[in-house]
Design a protein around this ligand. Structure first.
Ligand SMILES: *[C@@H]1O[C@H](CO)[C@@H](O)[C@H](O)[C@H]1NC(C)=O
Length: 650
């Protein structure tokens, strides 16, 4: 087993234990984890940690050319290692799952002490093979990611939309000039520090200006001769002969008025604040319209219908399809005709129940994660906390999943209870995990550091079986023991013939129509989330996301209810699967938007990047299908029970 694997499994286990423990941290209990300020005295050594190298958007055409990340100490890069080798810094589970590999580095930085032209180690020799590798990474716009005191080292970027400057994490490995790759071997590190008092200096911002300088000479350990950097010759790695490169850096400490508490504000930049508001207003209007429509159906149409139906019923006119009916009633009374079939269990009740259970679990997990983030529990300095919380909440909400699936299954009068108990916690996670594992094989094959270590995966599976499966079974058991309230109408012995569907009520058009609205509620936020996944930009607009999530739930529920109402009016009583897939159809739009995003911002140079992108997009869309389908199903379930509950039959 490799060293990293062992190390990661340990830190994973530890981080889980620390996350699960509720014991408050003794000294810094006022601060949330990860935000307790670290203070240095003037001249104290400040550690600089290195993270993986990640692909970024090209400055010229805004394209991303790869999705793989590389370990900082991947041999071909020839970055200097600290004496005795680099050490891994312990990370949270989510941080590892999302690809962070943080290690120590040989930088020698002292608080508030400016230093110039320091060497990192003796000159390194790039053989043609390594030169080729590095040149290719430069061409693919790889970024170097450093961390000083939990803050990412970035570049100052001007947003032309709002004309504001902000710190964008990561800086360029090299640059391109006339299609020639130039390697940056010199770093100007600007560290902003805030002086709380004479004894407490705090790091509040890091900028790095990388440059290329072929003329630097090694003097001795930690010292170099940089010459005149303003007219230096750039370093170009030859792909035919060996090239010698010396890594050097300057460090400048700049006093800053930014306090420790607000130091992330420079990094969290809203690119286009207007677009968030516009999308929010847009979806709010759609939701209001849809909810108005549902209310109209429920209040006006139904009440009128029900009153008339109940009146007619008193006169003994059971057979509503009979010739004695006046046309007005027959026209809009379709849904009442199927009262004897509407609670007939659907086909494949087991699969539907398992899907709804898992969807409910996802729904609650997502809601709670966004709420936690919104309340500021997941600070960006606590790396990977979002992912960690997501995984843990998903595991804990296994209970909700089990309960929902068995309640739904009970209403379908299912009898394969053993299968239900077993499939609910295992089926969907197994599919997700298998996909994840397969995609990881590609990453391993590329020797990229983005691969999740095997032991981390093992740990996740272990927690899954030890915590989530028992919770889910407990939930299922509780659902199984609950007595199901009787259905409002009795189900006939003989199923009624379903008339052939017409027009937009056919499955495909109805899915296309209904799916677009929930998607409309979230697509702007989805775009920013994709940016944060693929370009490692910090996403933090959880307020917007929370509202959008709520709007999406309402839209899905309302649009599915309307669809099901029209379906029932057309005397089609097979609403269960229909409501699930109609609402879930938004996932098709999510997938399509991911493909559009690919066409617009990605130009992969290897097919493995494409496979990875496609795989993850499909996985996310699949989960979204289950989540949104569940919303549609549950809303329709309530709706159907409600409208048939108000009918008086016999
Ligand atoms: C260090 O360099 C920065 C940037 O050039 C400058 O603002 C600061 O005053 C310098 N500090 C000292 C102690 O010379």
């Amino acid at each position: 087993m490799r060293r990293r694997d062992i190390h990661s499994s340990w830190t994973t286990t530890l981080s889980i234990l620390s996350l699960l423990s509720i014991a408050p941290a003794p000294s810094s209990s006022f601060y949330l984890p990860g935000i307790a300020p670290v203070s240095y005295r003037s001249g104290d050594k400040v550690p600089l940690h290195v993270n993986h190298l990640t692909p970024s958007q090209s400055q010229r055409d805004n394209q991303v050319r790869s999705v793989f990340s590389f370990d900082y100490y991947y041999n071909a890069f020839h970055f200097c290692q600290p004496e005795g080798g680099a050490q891994y810094i312990s990370e949270s589970l989510g941080s590892i799952l999302f690809g962070d590999r943080i290690q120590t580095a040989p930088f020698d930085l002292h608080m508030a002490k400016n230093e110039t032209c320091k060497s990192l180690c003796k000159p390194q020799v790039f053989e043609p093979r390594d030169a080729k590798f590095v040149n290719r990474r430069i061409w693919q716009n790889y970024n170097i990611n450093w961390l000083v005191d939990g803050l990412p080292a970035g570049q100052l970027v001007l947003d032309p939309n709002t004309d504001t400057k902000f710190y964008s994490p990561g800086f360029m490995l090299g640059s391109l000039k006339d299609e020639q790759a130039i390697l940056n071997n010199h770093y100007k590190i600007y560290i902003d520090y805030h002086k709380a008092n004479e004894e407490q200096y705090r790091v509040v911002g890091i900028l790095v200006e990388p440059s290329s300088n072929k003329d630097s000479r090694y003097v001795e350990e930690g010292k170099a001769e940089c010459g005149d950097p303003s007219n230096s010759v750039p370093v170009i790695l030859s792909e035919k002969a060996n090239t010698e490169v010396l890594w050097t850096y300057d460090v400048y400490w700049r006093p800053s008025a930014t306090s420790f508490a607000t130091r992330w504000d420079n990094y969290l930049h809203v690119f286009d604040p207007k677009i968030h508001w516009l999308s929010l207003i847009n979806s709010a209007v759609i939701v209001t319209f849809l909810i108005g429509m549902v209310t109209t159906i429920l209040v006006r149409t139904l009440r009128k219908d029900i009153a008339r139906y109940n009146r007619l019923d008193q006169f003994g006119l059971d057979d509503l399809s009979g010739a004695s009916m006046d046309d007005g009633v027959q026209e809009d009374s379709g849904w009442k005709l199927v009262h004897g079939d509407v609670f007939r269990p659907p086909k494949y009740p087991l699969i539907l129940a398992v899907l709804v259970g898992n969807g409910a679990q996802l729904l609650v997990m997502t809601g709670f994660t966004i709420a936690f983030a919104l309340l500021g529990f997941l600070s960006p300095s606590n790396r990977g906390s979002l992912a960690t919380v997501m995984v843990l909440l998903y595991i804990l909400f296994g209970f909700v999943g089990g309960y929902s699936s068995s309640r739904v299954y009970k209403s379908f009068h299912g009898d394969a209870w053993k299968q239900l108990f077993a499939l609910t916690p295992v089926a969907l996670p197994a599919i997700v995990f298998a996909t994840f594992f397969l995609l990881n094989l590609f990453v391993w094959a590329r020797a990229s550091s983005g691969a999740v270590p095997f032991t981390t995966m093992l740990v996740v599976v272990l927690i899954w079986f030890l915590i989530s499966v028992p919770l889910s079974i407990a939930g299922s058991w509780l659902g199984f023991r609950t007595t199901e309230p009787p259905t409002p109408t009795k189900t006939n012995q003989i199923p009624r013939q379903v008339p052939p569907a017409q027009g937009w009520l056919r499955p495909a058009p109805s899915m296309l129509l209904a799916g677009v609205l929930p998607f409309g509620a979230i697509f702007v936020e989805l775009y920013f989330i994709m940016n944060s996944i693929w370009f490692s930009k910090v996403y933090y607009m959880f307020g917007f996301l929370f509202i959008c999530y709520g709007l999406m739930i309402m839209t899905s529920a309302a649009v599915t209810v309307i669809m099901i109402y029209f379906l029932l009016c057309a005397e089609n009583y097979r609403w269960q699967w229909r409501s699930f897939v109609t609402s879930g159809a938004s996932a098709g739009y999510v997938f399509a938007s991911a493909m559009l995003y690919w066409m617009r911002t990605m130009s992969f140079t290897s097919w493995t990047s494409g496979v990875l992108y496609l795989g993850y997009s499909a996985l996310i869309s699949g989960l979204f299908f289950v989540l949104n389908g569940t919303i549609g199903f549950l809303a329709s379930w309530i709706f159907v029970r409600k409208i048939y509950g108000s009918l008086k039959i016999d």
